[in-house]
Design a protein around this ligand. Structure first.
Ligand code: HOZ
Length: 426
């Protein structure tokens, strides 16, 4: 028995499923998870001492790779000054300023502890601002685990096949309307019928939690236009996409100004953080300025804001990072595609910048229904073969692969070689 297996066995007696976040249990790919001892650059090392080229990168935050020197050194300095004060710091202000500079639609910003928290608060503000109750979301998008947003969600719910979630009162679930991603006709229809009752429409502007699904050209502009016409707030969940493709969010790429934006992952540089922000009159509803309550003992935590600040400063200084990331990832995707095509195996790779998903299907993947038709058993076999060869892909068909600036030409070669062998074996 490996040390990972032993630890998994023991953890399963104490921690539900042996993990503190469901997809980590590898339920959909089998075999039980690896327990990780450390990470450095593009690699993680398990407790049995084996090295892996990491394409999960803590599910997105580590755009600079593991244990990036400047981030680690900055955190060390902060640690000596204290871990948490429960009082404001200048660092929070600087981080908020950087975020606003990058995404001007975020006229006011509040820092919280996770993407889930940011989104939960964004919905509360939207309901208070509009005086409406309903929320519109898109199938396969995942916006954290708050009650209102677990219907037909991606990520772990897609991985485990949970369409709705017990424990969410029907009255709450019924306030969430869910329609397919990239489906403009249904969008128009639902806004026609329910528009006056909808407080907010929330969307992952590039979906990452049903695997990567790219918004079609008219989808987001039309969503913006239709929501604006009906007084519905548009919330961009940029927890994954924020600072992933450019200095800013997907909103900068497409030139759309959402009413509210939620962030997490990269802005914490690997430590727990979230942020929400948006138009001044909407954000002014938040306590203590307004009556909408939100609070947190560790909100704006100095260690997390320090890691986030250093990460964002590096991304701002070195905008070339995004070009190299896209080049690396583009080459990787093209090579993988060729390997599969050469073997006559049908796949579709959805790729944007430094994130992608290999779907085991012939058809174009443009929404949750097409993503869900992917051959998940094949994905699991592929995953296991890659793991055996020291490559660590996401342990679910419905998650994104991420690359970082730490990934090297050697990693690229090794990943391609591993893929070639894996494809021979599945
Ligand atoms: N919801 C995360 C991926 N989209 C998974 C988080 C985790 O398991 O760490």
């Amino acid at each position: 028995m490996s040390i990972s297996q032993e630890l998994y066995f023991k953890s399963s007696q104490l921690i539900p499923g042996g993990v503190n976040s469901p997809v980590r249990a590898w339920t959909a790919v089998g075999g039980g998870p690896l327990f990780i001892a450390r990470g450095q650059g593009s690699k993680i090392y398990d407790v049995d001492g084996k090295e892996y080229i990491d394409y999960v990168l803590s599910w997105g935050p580590l755009i600079l790779g593991h244990a990036y020197k400047q981030v680690v050194e900055g955190i060390k300095k902060q640690l000596e000054k204290g871990l948490s004060y429960g009082a404001p710091t200048e660092q929070e202000l600087i981080l908020a300023e950087l975020i606003r500079e990058a995404m001007p639609s975020m006229e006011m910003v509040r820092l919280v502890n996770s993407g889930t928290e940011a989104i939960m608060t964004a919905l509360r503000i939207a309901r208070a601002y509009t005086g409406r109750k309903k929320i519109l979301k898109f199938e396969g998008c995942y916006h954290g685990h708050s009650d209102s947003l677990l219907a037909r969600a991606g990520s772990g719910l897609a991985t485990l096949g949970i369409p709705g979630c017990p424990g969410v009162p029907e009255e709450v679930a019924s306030l969430t309307l869910t329609i397919p991603y990239n489906d403009l006709n249904t969008l128009k229809e639902i806004i026609n019928v329910h528009g006056d009752d909808i407080a907010a429409a929330i969307v992952e502007p590039v979906a990452g939690n049903m695997g990567v699904v790219i918004p079609e050209k008219e989808f987001l502009p039309e969503l913006r236009r239709l929501t604006q016409d009906k007084g519905i707030l548009l919330i961009f969940d940029e927890v994954i996409t924020g600072f992933r493709f450019t200095w800013g969010g997907w909103q900068n790429v497409v030139g759309i100004s959402p009413d509210l934006t939620c962030l997490g992952k990269i802005i914490g540089g690997g430590l727990p953080i979230g942020a929400l922000g948006g138009k001044r009159d909407i954000m002014s509803l938040l306590a203590p300025l307004g009556p909408v309550y939100q609070a947190g003992t560790l909100s704006g935590n100095p260690v997390a804001t320090c890691a986030g600040l250093i990460t964002l400063q590096i991304l701002r200084e070195r905008k070339d990072i995004y070009t190299s990331l896209a080049d690396f990832t583009g080459t990787l995707c093209r090579e993988i595609e060729q390997i599969f095509t050469h073997r006559g195996l049908a796949i579709r790779i959805n790729h944007m910048g430094s994130m992608f998903t290999i779907f085991f299907t012939e058809e174009k993947v443009r929404d949750f229904a097409s993503a869900a038709r992917s051959d998940v058993k094949r994905y699991a076999q592929f995953f296991q073969e890659m793991i055996r060869q020291g490559i660590y892909p996401p342990p679910s068909q419905f998650e994104a692969w991420f690359t970082s600036i730490a990934h090297t030409a050697d990693d690229l070669e090794k990943t391609i070689a591993a893929c070639r062998r894996a494809v021979d074996l599945i």
